[in-house]
Design a binder for this molecule. Sequence first.
Ligand SMILES: Nc1ncnc2c1ncn2[C@@H]1O[C@H](COP(=O)(O)OP(=O)(O)OP(=O)(O)O)[C@@H](O)[C@H]1O
Length: 259
Amino acid sequence: MSDLLEFRDIWVEYGDKIVLERVNLSIAEGSFVAITGPSGAGKSTFLRLALGQESPAKGQVFLDGKVLAPQCDPDRGVVFQRYSVYPHLTVLQNVLLGLEFAKSPVLGRLWGRARRDAVAIATEMLTAVGLQHNLHVYPSALSGGMQQRLAIAQALVKHPRVLLLDEPFGALDPEIRLDMHELILKLWAERRLTILMVTHDLPEAFKLGTRVLRIDKRRRDPQAPHRYGSDIVSDVSPDKAAALPADLATLLLPRPEET
Ligand SMILES: Nc1ncnc2c1ncn2[C@@H]1O[C@H](COP(=O)(O)OP(=O)(O)OP(=O)(O)O)[C@@H](O)[C@H]1O
């Protein structure tokens, strides 16, 4: 597997607050990277860097060896815990929209053959996530799990290489979460995706991830918590973790440079 994404000496700062400092990380194509860490550590900020929504104060992010463009593009799709879908559009329209704007950036509308082709692609995507019987309903008529299925379809319809998931299953019941795990693993394998997923749920991270990262501060100043940012403090592959003690919290090994 070759590296698809590389974060090189990244710093993110808001005013005098340092959120991420000296982050160096390479991600191989086809990885499923689960990102864990305490609240406020900078996990979502890290995802926004990969999305191109956040520019580092220092350092660079590379996609396929090229500096990442400072905007979202079809190479990357994203799903958030909530509010990823448009409530005023039907299920089908939600997924069509991305295709329409890709082909008709000004009007966001397609006609004739181009529209029929787009409808076929969107319907196929919705079938892949199990929403083929709900094409013409509005998101408010869907359960939480179905809304996340829709958000995943919306993120994947333009065949991104990287899928960014920010606590996508955090608001779902445990049973629905298990269905979503199955779905995301299926899509990951079938579409040869590289996935970066933020989760607070360690068992979920270890179940899904081929690599589990922990983002946290290495140094703390109690008088000035904003003074130090977070870095990747551990980086574990679950097969390695399987040999370790049962308490998942202790499974997150220090990175080699810390030892
Ligand atoms: N636009 C912004 N302006 C100022 N501070 C920001 C901004 N965006 C994020 N932050 C700060 O950066 C820090 C990291 O935020 P981030 O959302 O990345 O954390 P997180 O690890 O995803 O947290 P959580 O698990 O609670 O979602 C927080 O202290 C947050 O307040």
